[in-house]
Design a protein around this ligand. Structure first.
Ligand SMILES: CC(C)(COP(=O)(O)OP(=O)(O)OC[C@H]1O[C@@H](n2cnc3c(N)ncnc32)[C@H](O)[C@@H]1OP(=O)(O)O)[C@@H](O)C(=O)NCCC(=O)NCCS
Length: 180
């Protein structure tokens, strides 16, 4: 049975396979042979960067913004990497509009098996137990019906529609999920 774990060397080879397969760490930035090689050449460094993330982030418009503290977990079965999910502990103005508290991705070869829905349910339990949040915000692009379904299956309550801050013409649905 798959479980959420802290990123670990045990699943690193499978994680790198997932990157080659088309899994991307960021919905706005696709992986390139160079970004994958940087991880494959220094996997311990990459793991350390996941466990100690930077406090700033280069935004898609090239400006430097604050990076919300987050808990980043991998969804794994044994040594196989299946996907990842992050829970931000607080929201920046950008994340309030788009991105929200929780973001997730499942590697292409593992999609359509209920993993994102299961991962989100487990992460909601984790947040309930470990973070002082009464509710979380989640957003999904109108172009991503699978993600909309994942949120609604986990009790997402529709709040409003919002414009994507960086992608002209993209709109999304914003949801709350109550935690108490
Ligand atoms: C979105 C994503 C996480 C879904 O992962 P997944 O493991 O395939 O999702 P699940 O199998 O748990 O569930 C998907 C649900 O959406 C439904 N679905 C899939 N494609 C659909 C479509 N085109 N229209 C409507 N519903 C769709 C599935 O039928 C399923 O619902 P069901 O359980 O009622 O049958 C995955 O496609 C992904 O990683 N995409 C890239 C990253 C991303 O977009 N992340 C979300 C933004 S934070």
């Amino acid at each position: 049975m798959p479980q959420l774990v802290r990123p670990d060397m045990a699943q690193m080879a499978s994680f790198i396979d997932a990157l080659h397969e088309g899994y991307s760490r960021d919905t706005l930035r696709e992986e390139t042979p160079e970004t994958i090689a940087a991880i494959a050449d220094a996997p311990q460094w990459y793991l350390r960067s996941l466990h100690n993330p930077p406090t700033t982030i280069v935004l898609p418009d090239g400006t430097l913004g604050p990076r919300a503290p987050e808990t980043h977990l991998w969804y794994v079965e044994g040594d196989e990497f299946l996907g990842s999910i992050s829970a931000r502990h607080s929201l920046t103005p950008v994340l309030e509009q788009w991105g929200g508290h929780i973001g997730y991705a499942v590697r292409p070869s593992a999609q359509g098996r209920g993993y994102a829905s299961a991962m989100l349910a487990l992460m909601l339990d984790h947040v309930r137990e470990h973070l002082p949040l009464d509710r979380v915000t989640l957003t999904a692009s109108l172009k991503n019906p699978a993600s909309i379904r994942v949120i609604e299956k986990n009790g997402g309550v529709f709040r409003d529609e919002v414009d994507h801050p960086w992608v002209p013409g993209d709109r999304g649905r914003r949801y709350w999920i109550a935690l108490c």
